[in-house]
Structure formats: structure tokens, C-alpha cells
Design a protein around this ligand. Structure first.
Ligand code: NAP
Length: 307
């Protein structure tokens, strides 16, 4: 059966696109991917999504998005798309060994945590190194941990980790934070948090069995390297858009985000739309992702009408 719309990705962008497509009787099929609900499922309180004056937990919010889409007829599969063929109509999507055809595709595959690229980081991931404080913070009760980064994520993760850790050190490569003022204030007034500015992580020392023992950081001004003990390292240095299965055919910007035509979600291929973090290197908010998901659904609906 040829579909009208296939949506790849299930964060706020994909599930909002699903709500709008379903309400337009387009019976969308959503491939939820390896992290159903997207990045919000690994956060705690979402305090800035309008309509929730007391905040809401990220996973709960994404369950509500999904339920709302399903209520209008969206079909959600907990599968990951392995391959797409978007060079000719109908577009083809492969997941779980099965082939699916569709007239339009909405890409909302989001972004994944960026890493420093150190060998030790890969080796010790899950054994002292983490890119998700919400997932792993619990394991660092009364321990000393480092958070790498200077954006909102670093502030949020550091603040969250003080619930468990005895000491949290933010290591940032510059002398100024990129994070918003309110997030910085909340972090630096916390007595458990201290900051090492102008510092880059050169190495992480530890073993898979015993976890992290220490890190080596270089002061970018004095060029001196020091080693200090810690039990865990949390990476919070931004994200990389998930475009691997599309990058041969779609136009990307220099950072790998899908380029969309101004004021729309149209990509360089007619009938393929992109929304959410996979095409947004600037705002990256749940509410802006949801807004662009709505745009993608309306763009897809109009495109189908014009065919
Ligand atoms: P971000 O704003 O891009 O910040 C990334 C941080 O990591 C920057 O401070 C950057 O340093 C540093 N960095 C990047 N590559 C590095 C490297 N190779 N080595 C060392 N440091 C490196 O990313 P984010 O903090 O994940 O935030 C992403 C978006 O989500 C933002 O729009 C943010 O506002 C939003 N967000 C909002 C909330 C909230 O409101 N509750 C929470 C989390 C995130 P430089 O500053 O030197 O570039």
C-alpha cells in the first residue's frame, strides 16, 4: 500500500506533524526510531513548554503528543529506518527488513549528542563517561563529577547532577558561557558547583571495570596541563543532526543540518520535508520543533493537493 505521508522521527516535530497529518486524513505512518519520543525522553522537567504552568516531565509530555496523534489515526511503529530512496516517486523507506512506499516524507530525525572525539571517551562511555545526566546521574551519589560544555545543557546537567553528586565541576573552553543568564545563575549559585574556564579536556583516565579515575585538562592560556581526580564525566557540548541516511541526496548546511527553503519546510527534493532539530541549528526548542512539525504537515498536505 502506498502511503500519503511517512514521518521519520518522533520528537515534538515528528509527532506534531503526525497530529496535523492525521487530522487532515492523510493517515501518517510514523517511524519512531531508536529513541521514541526523541531527546525530551531523556530530560526531566520541561518548564518552558507553553500550556504547562507547573512544568511537565519530558517522557510524559511525549506520551501525550503520541496519544494525541494516535487519537486521530496516526500509526506509530517503534522501528528505525535503515534506508530511504527519495530520488523518484514513490519514495521508498526500509525499516526492519520491510519496504514502505510513500508520496511524501517528513524528516524529523532530530540530533544526537556531540562528543569530544577522544579514544577514552568512546571506551568509557557508559562506564564513567555519559552524555545524559538524567539517564546516568543516579550512579554518581556522593561522587565528584565533571560536566563539559558552556551552553544551557551544561548548566542544566550540572544543576541536575547536584541532586546526587557531592561536587560538580563545569569545564568550559572559553571564559564566557553561551548559556542563558537564568540557567547560568541557577548553576553558579549552587554551592556544589564550581567552574574551570578556559579549559579543554585532553584525556580521560580510567578503565571499563573501575570507571573514570581522573581527567587531564589543559589551560588554553597558560597551556599547562593538570590532572585531577573525578568519578564521572558528562558531555554537554551540543548535538549533531541525524542526517546519515539522507546526506547523499539532500542539501545540508556546513554543520550537517538539512537545508530548507526560506519560510518553509521544503527540502531540495519535492515531496520531502524537514522539521525540528534536524534542520534547526539555532533555536532547538521543543516548542519551535513542534511549530516546524506543524509547518511540515501543512506543506506536505498542500504539496499532495498540487500533484
Ligand atoms: P550549545 O548551546 O550549542 O552549547 C554547546 C557548548 O559546548 C558551548 O558552550 C560550546 O562552547 C561547547 N562545545 C562545543 N563543542 C565543543 C568541543 N569540541 N569542546 C569543548 N566544548 C565544546 O548546546 P546545548 O547546550 O546542548 O544547547 C542546545 C540548545 O538547546 C540551545 O538552544 C539551548 O538554549 C537549548 N537548551 C535549552 C534548555 C532549557 O531551556 N531548559 C536546556 C538545554 C538546552 P562555545 O560556547 O565555546 O562554543
Amino acid at each position: 500500500m502506498k502511503r500519503k505521508v511517512i514521518i521519520i522521527g518522533s520528537g515534538p516535530a515528528g509527532l506534531t506533524a503526525a497530529i496535523y497529518c492525521a487530522r487532515a486524513n492523510l493517515s501518517p505512518l510514523v517511524f519512531e526510531g531508536i529513541q521514541p519520543g526523541g531527546q525530551l525522553t531523556i530530560t526531566t522537567d520541561v518548564e518552558n513548554y507553553p500550556g504547562f504552568p507547573d512544568g511537565i516531565m519530558g517522557p510524559e509530555m511525549m506520551d501525550k503528543f503520541r496519544k494525541q496523534a494516535q487519537r486521530f489515526g496516526a500509526e506509530c511503529l517503534f522501528q528505525t529506518v535503515e534506508k530511504v530512496d527519495i530520488l523518484e516517486q514513490p519514495f521508498v523507506v526500509w525499516a526492519n527488513g520491510q519496504r514502505y512506499e510513500s508520496e511524501t516524507i517528513i524528516i524529523s530525525t532530530g540530533a544526537s549528542a556531540r562528543l569530544l572525539g577522544l579514544n577514552a571517551e568512546k571506551e568509557l562511555m557508559g562506564n564513567g563517561v555519559s552524555a545524559c545526566a538524567t539517564c546516568d546521574g543516579f550512579f554518581y551519589k556522593d561522587k565528584k563529577v565533571v560536566v563539559v560544555g558552556g551552553g544551557d545543557s551544561a548548566m542544566e546537567e550540572a544543576t541536575f547532577l547536584t541532586k546526587f553528586a557531592s561536587e560538580v565541576i563545569i569545564v568550559h573552553r572559553r571564559d564566557k558561557f553561551r548559556a542563558s543568564k537564568i540557567m547560568v545563575e541557577r548553576a553558579i549559585k549552587n554551592p556544589k558547583i564550581s567552574v574551570k574556564y578556559n579549559s579543554i579536556v585532553k584525556n580521560i583516565i580510567g578503565t571499563k571495570d573501575s570507571g573514570v579515575e581522573s581527567i587531564e585538562i589543559e589551560d588554553v592560556i597558560s597551556k599547562k596541563t593538570v590532572n585531577f581526580n573525578c568519578d564521572g564525566v558528562f558531555m554537554a557540548i551540543g548535538h549533531i543532526p541525524n542526517t546519515q541516511i539522507f546526506n547523499k541526496n539532500l542539501t545540508l548546511d556546513e554543520s550537517g543540518y538539512i537545508k530548507t527553503k526560506p519560510d518553509s519546510t521544503h527540502t531540495n527534493i519535492g515531496g520531502v520535508f524537514a522539521c525540528g532539530d534536524v534542520q534547526d541549528s539555532i533555536y532547538k526548542q521543543a516548542v519551535t520543533a513542534a511549530g516546524s512539525g506543524c509547518m511540515a504537515a501543512l506543506d506536505a498536505e498542500k504539496w499532495l493537493e498540487n500533484q
